[in-house]
Design a protein around this ligand. Structure first.
Ligand code: SF4
Ligand code: SF4
Length: 188
Protein backbone atom coordinates (compact mmCIF):
# COMPACT_ATOMS: atom_id res chain seq x y z
CA UNK A 1 0.00 0.00 0.00
CA UNK A 2 1.26 3.51 -0.85
CA UNK A 3 1.41 5.73 2.21
CA UNK A 4 0.79 9.44 1.62
CA UNK A 5 1.91 11.85 4.35
CA UNK A 6 0.47 15.39 4.24
CA UNK A 7 2.57 18.30 5.50
CA UNK A 8 1.26 19.71 8.81
CA UNK A 9 1.59 22.94 10.72
CA UNK A 10 1.25 23.48 14.50
CA UNK A 11 1.16 20.59 16.95
CA UNK A 12 1.67 17.29 15.15
CA UNK A 13 -0.81 14.44 15.33
CA UNK A 14 1.96 12.36 16.92
CA UNK A 15 2.39 14.90 19.75
CA UNK A 16 -1.36 15.06 20.33
CA UNK A 17 -1.70 11.26 20.39
CA UNK A 18 1.32 10.89 22.70
CA UNK A 19 -0.21 13.38 25.13
CA UNK A 20 -3.63 11.71 25.05
CA UNK A 21 -2.37 8.12 25.31
CA UNK A 22 0.75 8.61 27.42
CA UNK A 23 2.65 6.46 24.89
CA UNK A 24 6.20 7.28 23.80
CA UNK A 25 6.10 6.30 20.14
CA UNK A 26 9.88 6.69 19.70
CA UNK A 27 10.35 3.36 21.53
CA UNK A 28 8.88 1.41 18.60
CA UNK A 29 11.57 -0.22 16.44
CA UNK A 30 9.14 -1.78 13.95
CA UNK A 31 9.61 -5.45 14.84
CA UNK A 32 5.92 -5.98 13.81
CA UNK A 33 5.17 -8.45 16.59
CA UNK A 34 2.01 -6.42 17.25
CA UNK A 35 0.82 -6.81 13.67
CA UNK A 36 1.54 -10.54 13.49
CA UNK A 37 -0.64 -11.20 16.56
CA UNK A 38 -3.46 -8.76 15.80
CA UNK A 39 -6.68 -10.66 14.96
CA UNK A 40 -7.84 -7.99 12.50
CA UNK A 41 -4.57 -7.41 10.62
CA UNK A 42 -5.64 -9.54 7.66
CA UNK A 43 -8.82 -7.50 7.26
CA UNK A 44 -7.22 -4.04 7.49
CA UNK A 45 -5.16 -1.93 5.15
CA UNK A 46 -3.12 -0.53 8.03
CA UNK A 47 -1.86 -2.97 10.69
CA UNK A 48 -0.94 -1.52 14.12
CA UNK A 49 2.81 -1.32 13.41
CA UNK A 50 2.04 0.76 10.31
CA UNK A 51 -0.11 3.17 12.32
CA UNK A 52 2.89 3.79 14.62
CA UNK A 53 5.25 4.12 11.65
CA UNK A 54 3.02 6.64 9.94
CA UNK A 55 2.95 8.70 13.16
CA UNK A 56 6.79 8.50 13.20
CA UNK A 57 6.81 9.84 9.66
CA UNK A 58 4.61 12.82 10.53
CA UNK A 59 1.17 11.64 9.39
CA UNK A 60 -1.65 14.16 9.78
CA UNK A 61 -5.43 13.89 9.95
CA UNK A 62 -5.54 11.47 6.99
CA UNK A 63 -4.44 8.81 9.50
CA UNK A 64 -7.79 9.27 11.29
CA UNK A 65 -9.47 7.69 8.28
CA UNK A 66 -7.51 4.42 8.60
CA UNK A 67 -9.75 1.41 8.89
CA UNK A 68 -7.94 0.04 11.98
CA UNK A 69 -9.07 3.08 13.96
CA UNK A 70 -12.59 1.62 13.83
CA UNK A 71 -11.86 -2.07 13.38
CA UNK A 72 -9.58 -2.44 16.42
CA UNK A 73 -11.21 -4.71 19.01
CA UNK A 74 -9.22 -3.29 21.95
CA UNK A 75 -8.21 -6.89 22.68
CA UNK A 76 -4.71 -5.75 23.78
CA UNK A 77 -2.95 -8.67 22.04
CA UNK A 78 -0.58 -6.17 20.41
CA UNK A 79 0.17 -4.59 23.79
CA UNK A 80 0.91 -7.98 25.33
CA UNK A 81 3.27 -8.93 22.47
CA UNK A 82 5.17 -5.65 22.20
CA UNK A 83 8.75 -5.99 23.51
CA UNK A 84 8.78 -2.24 24.20
CA UNK A 85 5.49 -2.25 26.14
CA UNK A 86 3.82 0.16 23.73
CA UNK A 87 0.13 0.54 24.56
CA UNK A 88 -1.25 0.49 21.02
CA UNK A 89 -4.91 0.20 22.13
CA UNK A 90 -4.46 3.52 23.96
CA UNK A 91 -3.02 5.00 20.74
CA UNK A 92 -6.00 3.70 18.76
CA UNK A 93 -8.43 5.05 21.41
CA UNK A 94 -6.82 8.49 21.08
CA UNK A 95 -7.08 8.32 17.27
CA UNK A 96 -10.73 7.24 17.54
CA UNK A 97 -11.56 10.17 19.86
CA UNK A 98 -9.84 12.58 17.49
CA UNK A 99 -11.65 11.05 14.49
CA UNK A 100 -14.98 11.62 16.26
CA UNK A 101 -14.04 15.14 17.31
CA UNK A 102 -12.97 16.09 13.78
CA UNK A 103 -15.79 14.23 12.02
CA UNK A 104 -13.34 12.12 9.96
CA UNK A 105 -15.06 9.64 7.72
CA UNK A 106 -14.82 5.98 8.64
CA UNK A 107 -13.73 3.91 5.64
CA UNK A 108 -16.24 1.07 6.01
CA UNK A 109 -19.84 1.96 6.84
CA UNK A 110 -20.71 4.49 9.51
CA UNK A 111 -18.79 3.05 12.47
CA UNK A 112 -19.49 5.91 14.91
CA UNK A 113 -23.24 5.38 14.28
CA UNK A 114 -22.83 1.61 14.69
CA UNK A 115 -21.03 2.10 18.04
CA UNK A 116 -23.65 4.58 19.20
CA UNK A 117 -26.51 2.20 18.39
CA UNK A 118 -24.71 -0.66 20.15
CA UNK A 119 -24.31 1.45 23.31
CA UNK A 120 -27.90 2.71 23.15
CA UNK A 121 -29.11 -0.92 23.06
CA UNK A 122 -26.89 -1.86 26.03
CA UNK A 123 -28.15 1.16 27.95
CA UNK A 124 -31.80 0.37 27.21
CA UNK A 125 -31.73 -3.39 27.78
CA UNK A 126 -28.74 -3.86 30.10
CA UNK A 127 -27.11 -6.17 27.52
CA UNK A 128 -26.42 -6.13 23.82
CA UNK A 129 -29.53 -6.61 21.68
CA UNK A 130 -28.53 -7.14 18.07
CA UNK A 131 -31.95 -6.62 16.51
CA UNK A 132 -32.43 -3.19 18.12
CA UNK A 133 -28.86 -2.18 17.27
CA UNK A 134 -29.20 -3.26 13.62
CA UNK A 135 -32.56 -1.55 13.19
CA UNK A 136 -31.13 1.65 14.68
CA UNK A 137 -28.10 1.46 12.39
CA UNK A 138 -30.15 0.78 9.28
CA UNK A 139 -32.57 3.63 9.97
CA UNK A 140 -29.70 6.01 10.76
CA UNK A 141 -27.51 5.07 7.80
CA UNK A 142 -30.27 4.54 5.25
CA UNK A 143 -28.81 1.13 4.27
CA UNK A 144 -32.16 -0.56 4.87
CA UNK A 145 -31.76 -3.49 2.49
CA UNK A 146 -28.05 -4.24 2.99
CA UNK A 147 -27.49 -7.92 4.04
CA UNK A 148 -31.23 -8.33 4.60
CA UNK A 149 -31.14 -11.74 2.83
CA UNK A 150 -28.97 -13.09 5.68
CA UNK A 151 -31.62 -12.38 8.30
CA UNK A 152 -33.76 -15.56 7.91
CA UNK A 153 -30.76 -17.91 8.15
CA UNK A 154 -29.42 -16.03 11.18
CA UNK A 155 -32.78 -16.42 12.87
CA UNK A 156 -32.98 -20.10 11.92
CA UNK A 157 -29.49 -20.77 13.32
CA UNK A 158 -30.29 -18.90 16.54
CA UNK A 159 -27.62 -16.26 15.82
CA UNK A 160 -30.05 -13.44 16.47
CA UNK A 161 -32.77 -13.19 19.09
CA UNK A 162 -36.10 -11.58 18.20
CA UNK A 163 -37.04 -10.77 21.79
CA UNK A 164 -34.97 -8.39 23.93
CA UNK A 165 -32.60 -9.96 26.49
CA UNK A 166 -33.94 -10.51 29.98
CA UNK A 167 -32.36 -10.84 33.40
CA UNK A 168 -29.83 -8.05 32.96
CA UNK A 169 -28.83 -5.83 35.90
CA UNK A 170 -30.19 -2.70 34.24
CA UNK A 171 -29.58 -0.49 37.29
CA UNK A 172 -25.90 -1.47 37.42
CA UNK A 173 -25.49 -0.81 33.70
CA UNK A 174 -27.25 2.55 34.03
CA UNK A 175 -24.86 3.47 36.85
CA UNK A 176 -21.88 2.69 34.60
CA UNK A 177 -23.28 4.96 31.87
CA UNK A 178 -23.99 7.74 34.39
CA UNK A 179 -20.46 7.55 35.82
CA UNK A 180 -18.95 7.59 32.36
CA UNK A 181 -20.99 10.71 31.54
CA UNK A 182 -19.85 12.38 34.77
CA UNK A 183 -16.20 11.48 34.05
CA UNK A 184 -16.48 12.96 30.56
CA UNK A 185 -18.00 16.14 32.03
CA UNK A 186 -15.07 16.47 34.44
CA UNK A 187 -12.52 16.14 31.62
CA UNK A 188 -14.07 19.03 29.66
S1 SF4 B 1 5.46 -4.79 18.64
FE1 SF4 B 1 5.94 -2.82 19.61
S2 SF4 B 1 8.03 -2.34 18.94
FE2 SF4 B 1 7.25 -3.96 17.58
S3 SF4 B 1 6.35 -2.86 15.83
FE3 SF4 B 1 4.71 -3.19 17.28
S4 SF4 B 1 4.65 -1.35 18.54
FE4 SF4 B 1 6.63 -1.38 17.49
S1 SF4 C 1 -5.98 -4.12 20.40
FE1 SF4 C 1 -6.57 -3.62 18.29
S2 SF4 C 1 -4.63 -3.31 17.21
FE2 SF4 C 1 -4.19 -4.42 19.09
S3 SF4 C 1 -4.22 -6.60 18.55
FE3 SF4 C 1 -6.27 -6.07 19.30
S4 SF4 C 1 -7.41 -5.52 17.46
FE4 SF4 C 1 -5.24 -5.46 16.90
Amino acid sequence: MTIKIKKQSGKSLRQTVEEMSGVDMSLCYQCKKCASGCPVTKYTQSPPSEIIRRLHLGAGDELLESDLVWMCLSCETCYGRCPMDINIPAVIDALRSLALEKGSKSPRGDMPLFNRKFLEAVKAYGRSYDLSMIMGYKLGSGSLMQDVEKFPSMLAKGKMAVLPPSGAEKKVVKRIFDRSKQAKGKKK
